[in-house]
Design a protein around this ligand. Structure first.
Ligand code: DAH
Length: 365
């Protein structure tokens, strides 16, 4: 081979390599170009070196010198590209082979060799909100006691939120200042007794006792249900109040149900919920329009009494309102605060923390 041809090929090769290295944008492209031009087995530089053997003997020294110049230029272009890619934020480190034999072109390895013994970065997975966890636990425990979980609407009418629960129109609990009343709903003529108004007021339910009525209206006794969900009251938010919170409502209707059944179920419920610590239940006389007698339920756990909510024997007026015969069946009902239980369990002292959605707080549970 004539020296001139060899030199022309080398120049073309060096040009092509310089252009290729100048245009790579990331580590993968860089590696591809490196293999193409300086690859130890099939790189173009390697091929050119083999061409050296075919040059006339007299021209060999000149050809060798030219080859070395081209090689240096190509390697300089590779190094420049390597530094440019590294500076762009992609980590490019030479592999261990380079340290041993620097004559071999460095291998580009992103992030260095893989060390499988290094502990992985901890993935931050989301989890259920503490109140949702409490609700799930409560459903689970009451399910084992034979109570089926049912749902009811959060937008209610006055019949289900008040009237059927023995809370008549003149009752102070119906005050607009104590309830979130919404727009009125049209009542279809077919659903309306003669003379009844065409519109009925709607409100965000203020208690889950509404679900008792909906269940009893649609099912004959016996009934054994719980309902867990949101309720709304226009309270100013402070450490123990929030305008939206959750209640667990329980209802058991059958022949011969007594207060003793109520107390047993509530004690078993609290004992199961708070587990290994011994739990006591206390009833204090109270009044609710929909139960007679009515009680406030307190629970003693780890040395302090905590108010859980209200309970009692379902008032005969309520049973009659849904078409049950109070001479045939009796029943108990209870309504407990979900947040209270959740807060007590976790030692949370401000209900607002549950609804601020601060992940630093929520991730602790
Ligand atoms: N609904 C009552 C409230 O929100 C709680 C309650 C008391 C529910 C007695 C009941 C009950 O089922 O029997 O304050």
């Amino acid at each position: 081979m004539a020296l001139a041809d060899f030199v022309a090929d080398l120049d073309a090769l060096a040009d092509a390599a310089q252009q290729a290295f100048a245009s790579v944008a990331d580590a993968a492209a860089l590696e591809e170009a490196r293999v193409e031009f300086t690859g130890a087995k099939a790189g173009k530089l390697k091929a050119a070196q083999q061409g050296l053997g075919k040059v006339d003997k007299a021209d060999k020294p000149a050809a060798g010198k030219k080859f070395n110049e081209a090689k240096t230029a190509v390697e300089a272009a590779l190094e420049a590209a390597r530094q440019r890619v590294a500076a762009s934020g992609i980590v490019v480190r030479p592999g261990p082979a380079v340290a041993k034999a620097s004559a071999i072109a460095p291998r580009v390895i992103i992030g260095g060799p893989l060390d499988v013994t290094v502990p992985g970065k901890k993935l931050r997975l989301g989890h259920l909100h503490p109140v949702t966890q409490t609700i799930a636990d409560m459903k689970d425990i009451m399910g084992r006691l034979g109570f089926t979980a049912v749902e009811g609407p959060e937008i209610e009418d006055e019949w289900h939120n008040f009237e059927a629960l023995n809370i008549p129109a003149i009752h102070p609990a119906r005050d607009p200042l104590d309830n979130f009343y919404l727009a009125t709903a049209q009542v279809a003529a077919s659903q309306r007794p003669a003379g009844a108004p065409q519109e009925k007021p709607l409100l965000l339910r203020s208690q889950t006792s509404t679900v008792q009525i909906r269940v009893m209206e649609s099912t004959p006794p016996p009934v054994r249900i719980i309902s867990l969900g949101r309720v709304y009251r226009p309270d100013t938010a402070d450490a123990t109040h929030y305008p939206m919170f959750h209640q667990i409502e329980g209802l058991l209707i059958d022949r011969g149900v007594t207060m003793a059944d109520l107390k047993s179920v509530l004690r078993l419920f609290c004992q199961s919920y708070f587990g290994k610590y011994e739990v006591h239940i206390r009833f204090r006389p109270s009044f609710f329009p929909f139960t007679e007698p009515s009680v406030e339920v307190d629970m003693n756990w780890q040395g302090g009494w905590m108010e859980m909510g209200g309970a009692g024997m379902v008032d005969p007026n309520v049973l009659r309102a849904v078409g049950y015969d109070p001479e045939e069946v009796t029943g108990f009902a209870f309504g407990l605060g979900v947040e209270r239980v959740c807060m007590r369990q976790h030692g949370i002292t401000d209900i607002r923390a549950l609804y601020e959605n601060d992940v630093r707080f929520l991730s602790q549970f």
